[in-house]
Design a protein around this ligand. Structure first.
Ligand SMILES: [Zn+2]
Length: 443
């Protein structure tokens, strides 16, 4: 069992010289600060990542042929250099480069570039958005097909999920999401459809599952109509095909969790969830793939860490505290004292009542008087200025009048004032707003 040492040596030497060539200025400008961080014994994940990665590569070179120092960091350096090579030719690079000096910004920029590469890889036009005095997203991605509108992407890299892998619990995941959603709200605004990308490094699948469940539960409670969903973007640098072949191309796992409250016109294709390798190689299996002890001794350390999290305390089932209840919202409509004039009024005429409307959103609208469901899983903008008579208590309920500027970007269907009988459920569509018309002649 032999690793092709000369190949490895050349490869790592190349990485180090490329890092100096492509990011020399950043290395120089941050060297003093990193020296201080080391002097006060900061942990590797608290330091400027670039220094940590270059150091891991240098140390590996020094130790060859015995072992590679923290090979996942060497793999991360390799992936990082790949994206820098591509994006440094971007017209906006000169505006982005200065921010790499800041350790937090550095990691954020790299995560953003990796996400950008992912979109590009699936055939989208992608643009970086330079930081501005106003809140801005990180990326713009153009939708394929339809009106080819642009979607905004905000990348967020939680500290807890970018360093040494530790087991995280639902409470941690909710905390992460709270921060991420806050940031997304600020950077993405509420006008243009957007996606929040949560970027993580070297996480065990169990952690990603916890985050995914928390995201599902969190989104069930949101009313953000412009947020298309949360993309879990996890880069895993622990990659090997065989004990003798070290592969430096990372595995990227992507999961998209759709926001049920989303009411925009761009649809995310939910198909390509899964894994891709960035360099177009054969997709590797996910992190649970057992790694045999390799000649490269350190290679197993991260895997051991991850296994510890993955396997202890080996719960037979997910503990109760780890199950996030996924509950939508229930909103009571406004009660009208009597049957109104000159409004679009819908009454139930069918034999067996289900509900008037049903969609795939996250709000159940109920009768303000008796609580009967009138519209199931609707979106906030599905219905405006429409009156329905509760088939149970016969009270007249009004769907609130929405601000006009909110639904100007959706497809609108106006229904004239009058009485309409439903004998079955009408299905609501995302992005289509049913507006009760206003009578022009008053009685
Ligand atoms: Zn009722």
């Amino acid at each position: 069992m032999t690793v092709n040492i000369s190949y490895l040596q050349t490869k790592i030497e190349e990485m180090i010289s490329d890092a100096r060539r492509l990011l020399g200025t950043v290395i120089e400008q941050t060297a003093a600060e990193d020296k201080k961080a080391k002097a006060r014994e900061s942990k590797w994940f608290e330091r400027h990542r670039l220094h940590v990665l270059v150091e891991a590569a240098q140390e590996s070179l020094r130790r060859l042929p015995e072992e590679i120092r923290d090979p996942w960091l060497v793999a991360e350096l390799s992936a990082l250099l790949d994206v820098i090579r591509t994006w440094r030719n971007d017209p906006l690079w000169t505006k982005i480069e200065p921010s790499l000096v800041n350790p937090t910004e550095f990691s954020h920029v790299i995560a953003t570039l990796l996400v950008a590469e992912h979109w590009k890889g699936s055939g989208h036009r992608v643009e970086l958005v330079p930081t501005d005095s106003r809140p801005t997203p990180d990326l713009k991605v153009q939708a394929i097909g339809g009106k080819q509108e642009w979607l905004q992407v905000e990348c967020y890299q939680p500290k807890l999920l970018a360093g040494r892998p530790v087991r995280i619990y639902l409470a941690d995941a909710f905390k992460i999401l709270k921060e991420a959603m806050k940031k997304a709200k600020f950077q993405l605004g509420s006008e243009i459809p957007g996606i929040l990308a949560l970027c993580t490094y070297n996480q065990p699948v169990s952690n990603l599952e916890v985050v995914s469940r928390a995201a599902l539960a969190r989104l069930a409670q949101t009313s953000r109509a412009a947020l298309s969903g949360i993309m879990l973007f996890s880069q895993n640098n622990l990659a090997t095909r065989s004990p003798t072949d070290i592969n430096f191309s990372p595995i990227v796992m992507v999961e998209f969790i759709q926001n049920p409250a989303y009411f925009g016109s761009i649809e995310m294709n939910r198909q390509p969830t899964g894994e891709t390798t960035r360099s177009g190689g054969t997709p590797l299996t996910e992190i649970r793939e057992p790694l045999t002890e390799t000649v490269v001794r350190d290679f197993t350390i991260l895997q051991r860490e991850i296994d510890k999290i993955e396997n202890s305390p080996t719960p037979a089932a997910i503990p109760k505290a780890q199950i996030a209840p996924i509950r939508g919202k229930v909103e009571r409509l406004r009660l009208l004292p009597r049957e109104p004039y000159d409004r679009a009024i819908i009454i139930w005429a069918g034999s067996k009542y289900s509900w008037f409307f049903e969609g795939e959103g996250n709000i159940d609208y109920v009768c303000a008087s008796c609580g009967t469901i009138l519209s199931k899983r609707a979106w906030q903008l599905s219905l405006t200025n429409v009156v329905v008579q509760c088939p149970n208590c016969l009270a007249y309920n009004e769907f609130p009048v929405q601000q006009a500027n909110l639904y100007t970007k959706t497809n609108n269907i106006v229904i004239e004032p009058g009485r309409y009988s439903f004998s079955g459920t009408v299905f609501l569509k995302r992005g289509a707003c049913l507006i009760g018309g206003v009578a022009t002649i008053h009685h």
